[in-house]
Design a binder for this molecule. Sequence first.
Ligand code: FES
Length: 571
Amino acid sequence: MSKSRSSEWYGGTDRNTYLHRAWMRRGLPAHAFDGRPHIAIANTASDLNPCNSHFDEIAASVKEGVYEAGGIPLNLPVVSLGETQVRPTAMLWRNMAAMAVEELLRANPVDGVVLLGACDKTIPSLLMGAASVDLPAVFIPGGPMLTGTFRGQVLGCGTDVWRLSEEVRADAVSQEFFVESESSMIRSRGHCNTMGTASSMTMVTEALGMTRPGIAGIPAPDSRLLEASHATGRLAVEMVEKDRRPSTILTAGSFRNAIVTLAAVGGSTNAVVHLLAIAGRLGITLSLDDFDRIGAGVPRLVDLQPAGRYLMEDLYRAGGLLAVLNQVKDLLDPDAITVTGRPLVEYLNGQQIWDEAVIAPRDRPFQEDAGIAVLRGNLAPSGAIIKPAAASPHLLRHTGRAVVFDTIEDMHARIDDPDLEVDADSVLVLRGCGPKGYPGMPEVANMPLPKKLLEQGVRDMVRVCDGRMSGTAYGTVVLHVAPEAAAGGPLGLVRDGDEILLDVPARRIDLLVAPEELAGRHPNARTTEGYAAPLRGWERLYVDHVLQADTGVDLDFLVGSSGSKVSRESH
Ligand code: FES
């Protein structure tokens, strides 16, 4: 067996190699140090992250696979972020988690890594860290939870929380129904079962080539996930032996495949910032405009909530991601390889659709041109995005008067005020929610509609925000406006009553106010009303260094790769 990276720690007879070996003899036999691959299992299992709570079982299957292939598996707990639990927003910590993954992999005597991620931020943080350290790495998605049902209704987690809470506010559903349904929302282990951020990131991770083809979307409780995890453990050993690193898999072609996939499945807008950040770690030129250029003409072939009706269990039953990608094979890069060393497109041959209600054939899509649209204009000079698949068609070309909220607290305090000057044609503007302004760019862009309009039957309005939107949410929402108000963006200049033009077909978002009038205005960049604590620690570092949405919201000093070399010993 060829000399491994871990041999730099263990190979020799001096004091330092003694130290490294002796402490690891607590469990490992002498032959573990003969040069065979040491495989870290970057494990995001956590009781405070319910979507990832089953990863210890998956890690056990990975370990068996690694041992079977002649490697040494090593459990490596890493930062885990539960999207629904972490305050003020899990996105504030994505880069911290990525930085910890990178540093832990570099610092430790490992030759390769199996990445276990599921809940929204755990997927990009693992991929970003692994890309920067560039050791052989393969990803195992934790899989979606099973379909929930309540009183005869299917419940899609996330999407139906938003829907039911709006129905309660409109007095269309009782408070008792709403509260009782919570026991049925999360039916099993696994991540959200809608085509939200976790499902979308799972799909694009497989499209990037970073998983064994066919694993994305296997439900978390499905025994086939354990079998695939065992096989992934074996594969990790092979990847080390073949020196198959993220930098050989993640290429411009694989990002093209990810963008096509995101459109074909009707995926989350959050995948845009995550893919930009992952590409940035590898020095791959990927811009916001690539999402429109590559994805705009791709049809939506999957009918999952929030854009459609079904849930992830249905997608897997209907043929899964490979059946979807087989329909758009001609749009994929034929040379982009996967962790197996073989091109993704090779795995698509013969992949069938088993239920055309869930996966549509290419000639009968659920929606033409389903990609994410990138908007520009004097309101978003660096860009903003909208997901037309989740928007109301009649609002895609719209002009309305702004109703402006300076912070999320301001919005909550006034949105249901009967005296708020707002009608169905108004454009709701929420600022102070970007990477620096919040800080952390929370999922608040799909702000609730004013109660008085809900009672009139209004179910969607144009909303504009410098924050993000949950991947499980829906509506005509312009988000990721860059630069954000707190970074001096023109969103900070909008006043109540200003006219805003949204023209998605023309890719425009404009503030219809004369330039000379705007030049005389002072930006409103109030950011932290109701947020009294002075910034320190991670938040301080984050606010000082975070980049804007159009480049992926990474920290400026984390862009790029540092490799796996460590030149100094610890003693
Ligand atoms: Fe974890 Fe939705 S809350 S994936």
